[in-house]
Design a protein around this ligand. Structure first.
Ligand code: SAH
Length: 211
C-alpha cells in the first residue's frame, strides 16, 4: 500500500507540486494497521489505495489522500493537533504516530464510540476522541499546532482558525458539498492574515451542521 501511495504522489506531482512524501510520513503510514479501521466486509481491500465505506454513509479516506493531508499539516514531534471528522480513527492514528497528542471530534456518536474503543485497543494512547460538532473545535485544548478537517466544507469554520497557533496550518477539502473540493492548506499568519494554497481536487463527504 505504501508503495502504491508513493507512486500516486509521483503521478500527481504535476498537479500538486509535491514530489515525494517525507520519510516520517511514510513511516507513520506503514505503522498503522489499516485493516483494523475498515469494516469486516471491506477488509480484503484494506491495503489498496482507495477510499472504503465505513457505514452510516461515511468513508475512510484513500491512503494517498491521508498521506498528502498529513504531510501538508507538517506535523512535528512535540505538536498537539486537532482533527475534525474522526470517522474510523485512521487519520487520527497516522497523526498520532507523528505528534505528541491528537484531539479528534466526530459528530456521529456511534462512529466516535467505535473509534475511541479501536484506538484504545490498538494502543494509540495519545488520541482523545469526542462526540460532538467539530466546527466548534476543542477550545479547552487550544491552541493547536495544526488543524485538519476530513470532511468537505465551503469555508474554514471560524472557531477552528481561532484555535490554530500562528504560523501553523489548517488542512481541509474546501469547496461545495456534493461536488469536488480543493484540498487546501491555509497558514495562519500574524495580524489575522492567512496564506492559502490549493493542492488537488478531491471528493469528501460533507461536514454536517451539529444539532
Ligand atoms: N478521517 C476519517 C474519515 C472522515 S469521513 C477516517 O480516517 O476514517 C468524515 C467524517 O466527518 C464522518 O465520519 C462524519 O460523520 C464526520 N463529520 C461530519 N460533520 C461533522 C462535524 N460537524 N463535526 C465532526 N464530525 C463531522
Amino acid at each position: 500500500m505504501v508503495r502504491e501511495v508513493e507512486a500516486h504522489v509521483v503521478a500527481t506531482f504535476p498537479r500538486t507540486g509535491i514530489r515525494a512524501l517525507e520519510p516520517r510520513v511514510l513511516a507513520a503510514l506503514a505503522s498503522v494497521p489499516r485493516h483494523e479501521f475498515v469494516p469486516e466486509p471491506q477488509r480484503a481491500f484494506a491495503y489498496e489505495d482507495r477510499a472504503l465505506p465505513l457505514g452510516a454513509g461515511q468513508t475512510i479516506s484513500q491512503p494517498f489522500v491521508v498521506a498528502l493531508m498529513t504531510q501538508l499539516l507538517d506535523p512535528r514531534a512535540g505538536d498537539v493537533v486537532l482533527e475534525v471528522g474522526t470517522g474510523s480513527g485512521y487519520q487520527a492514528a497516522v497523526l498520532a504516530a507523528l505528534v505528541t497528542k491528537v484531539y479528534t471530534v466526530e459528530l456521529d456518536e456511534g462512529l466516535a464510540e467505535a473509534a475511541r474503543a479501536r484506538l484504545l485497543r490498538l494502543g494509540f494512547a495519545n488520541v482523545e476522541v469526542r462526540a460532538g460538532d467539530g466546527t466548534l473545535g476543542w477550545p479547552e485544548a487550544a491552541p493547536f499546532d495544526g488543524v485538519i478537517v476530513t470532511a468537505a466544507t465551503p469555508e474554514i469554520p471560524p472557531a477552528l482558525l481561532e484555535q490554530l497557533r500562528e504560523g501553523r496550518h489548517f488542512v481541509a477539502p474546501l469547496g461545495p458539498h456534493g461536488l469536488t473540493q480543493s484540498l487546501t492548506r491555509v497558514t495562519k499568519l500574524a495580524g489575522g492574515r492567512v496564506a492559502r494554497r490549493a493542492f488537488l481536487e478531491v471528493e469528501f463527504v460533507p461536514l454536517r451542521e451539529g444539532e
